[in-house]
Design a protein around this ligand. Structure first.
Ligand SMILES: [Zn+2]
Length: 544
């Protein structure tokens, strides 16, 4: 009988608003912000939330190296059973992830709270126009390596945090191009490929310059991404989020970055580089709105959790209000990318070298007077004093202006049967075709005269760079040759992978070393990918 009453009570809970006391609490809340959620805490919280709300469905984004499932919450009203359910559904899909660097933990606890806000709280009102995907614990293996010795400069939680790397000792926010980790492969295939969210947010905690704003963020910065999306992020989203954070959440924000020169703070504020190994830049290359969120490490854990949650809710509010505009923007970016690939003009280029340039809008940074001591090395020692100081009109060097470019082609012909290139393209979701018949045509070839490995290892790689020259010539390619058309939405990803001089491509991460090293073949060596510029009337079929 008692069981029956309990069952009725639970059934009623699933359909009626839940009293706050019955809702799951994060480890951060339950510990009064002295500890962060373990993997088991995250799984238990999600299970409890599912028991109390039918708006939450759970998928698995991937399985970590140590065998832990990475939960992906699908929150909707109703929660779609699969992306196919949304074909005739105007709701936009947006995605948030945290704890990719598992010492930078507040986003994980904040995202669990956001999931609860959406499933059972007032934020449920956003679900009429949005489906929200949440991966709160992107790096569960790193998360379990809790120690109070990790990130010693970070201000809590006192109970310690996990480590930066995953179970392969890889930094997952360097894996956007090479896709060597199950976590990032899972993101690309099971989130970006499967659900195609219009918006992506990756939550971190920064280490760097001293200032008073607890929350910083920036958008996708790669110059080969869609210019319309970049301008929308810098011109519309930035001021809107800044205003909402200040007025509705009482939280100051600043675009992510560091002082260019701490001796002269007014010189400039510099964000991370433009390379798509960083996931926010990678998602930008895929023509989607992308955000790198970096909390300030020197404010306490509670302030960081609440700041991250406020930022996430501010984006949800913005995307709810501007859904139609954002959906139209990314659709336009996809169509423009396809159209450019079908008929590239002389002005359509791929940027291989950049220089930092200032955006039109300057920054006001609420900082401190700083004590700067020379160390003899390249970086001086910096200590903030307790005296606050506002730095005004600081240039924000967040535009990576083209310094060196090459022509974008109509497509790339792959001159080797080794699947190493095509396998990686497909992991990214790039469509690969095959020649249905032999073809003789004019291509641009690249001769490698120098292949150089970096002097030190990064992510298990001695990053390669090539030097060489381009030449146009006629060549015959047999039936079955793989062809990557640039008339596809992921063309910018394809170019980044395939261009020989790409600053973050297949060459960089050593996938092509065996084809271009001078071990057995005399110099120069032919780069095994050829660019097709002219209308070629190639007869192609989907690749096997
Ligand atoms: Zn980080």
């Amino acid at each position: 009988m008692l069981r029956l009453i309990l069952l009725i009570a639970l059934t009623a809970l699933a359909t009626t608003p839940v009293a706050a006391a019955d809702l799951p609490r994060t480890r951060a809340e339950a510990s009064n912000y002295t500890a962060t959620s373990s993997h088991a805490d995250v799984m238990a919280f999600i299970q409890e939330l599912q028991q109390r709300s039918n708006r939450v469905r759970v998928e698995t984004l991937g399985t970590s190296t140590e065998g832990r499932p990475i939960p992906l919450l699908v929150i909707g009203d109703p929660a779609p059973a699969s992306p196919g359910d949304l074909r005739q559904d105007p709701r936009a899909v947006i995605y948030f992830q945290a704890n990719i660097h598992a010492g930078e933990v507040e986003g994980k606890d904040a995202l669990l709270m956001v999931a609860r806000d959406l499933a059972t709280g007032p934020a449920a009102r956003y679900l009429d126009r949005l489906v929200v995907l949440i991966a709160p614990n992107f790096n569960p293996d790193g998360n379990e390596q809790v120690s109070t010795r990790n990130r010693p400069n970070q201000n809590g939680p006192a109970g310690g945090v996990g480590v930066r790397v995953n179970g392969q000792n890889l930094d997952l926010n360097r894996d956007g191009i090479k896709l060597e980790s199950p976590e990032v492969r899972g993101l690309v295939q099971n989130v970006l490929g499967r659900w195609d969210p219009v918006f992506f947010l990756d939550s971190h905690t920064h280490n760097g310059s001293y200032h008073q704003e607890p929350v910083t963020w920036v958008w996708g910065l790669n110059p080969n991404g869609d210019a319309g999306i970049f301008d929308y992020m810098a011109g519309t989203v930035w001021p809107a989020i800044e205003k909402q954070m200040r007025e509705r959440h009482g939280t100051l924000t600043l675009p992510h970055g560091d002082f260019l020169d701490v001796r002269e703070p007014a010189k400039g504020w510099v964000p991370l580089g433009p390379e798509p190994r960083y996931l926010s830049n990678y998602v930008g290359l895929r023509n989607r709105l992308a955000v790198l969120d970096e909390q300030y490490p020197y404010v306490d854990f509670e302030t960081r959790v609440k700041g991250a949650r406020s930022l996430m809710l501010s984006f949800i509010d913005f995307l709810h209000e501007r859904r139609d505009e954002v959906v139209a923007l990314v659709g336009r970016a996809d169509r423009a990318t396809v159209a450019r690939g079908a008929s590239p003009g002389p002005g359509d280029v791929f940027v291989i070298g950049t220089e930092a340039a200032a955006l039109p809008r300057t920054l006001t940074i609420r900082g401190f007077e700083m004590e700067v001591t020379d160390t003899g090395g390249p970086y001086p020692r910096v200590k903030p004093t307790t005296t606050t100081r506002v730095y005004e009109n600081v240039p924000y060097l967040a535009r990576y202006a083209p310094k060196r470019t090459v022509r974008l082609p109509r497509g790339y012909l792959i001159g080797t049967r080794d699947p190493v290139i095509v396998d990686k393209l497909r992991e990214h979701g790039v469509t690969v075709l095959q020649l249905a018949a032999d073809a003789r045509l004019e291509v641009e070839a690249f001769s490698v005269t120098k292949l150089k490995g970096a002097g030190s290892s990064d992510q298990g790689h001695y990053a390669s760079t090539v030097e060489g020259s381009y030449a146009t010539r006629e060549m015959t390619f047999p039936a079955g040759t793989w062809f990557v058309s640039m008339a596809q939405p992921l063309a910018n990803v394809a170019a980044h992978l395939l261009e020989p001089e790409s600053p973050d491509g297949l060459v960089t991460w050593n996938f092509l070393d065996r084809h271009i090293a001078f071990q057995w073949i005399p110099r120069p060596v032919e780069y095994p990918v050829y660019k097709v510029h002219g209308p070629a009337n190639l007869v192609t079929a989907p690749a096997q």
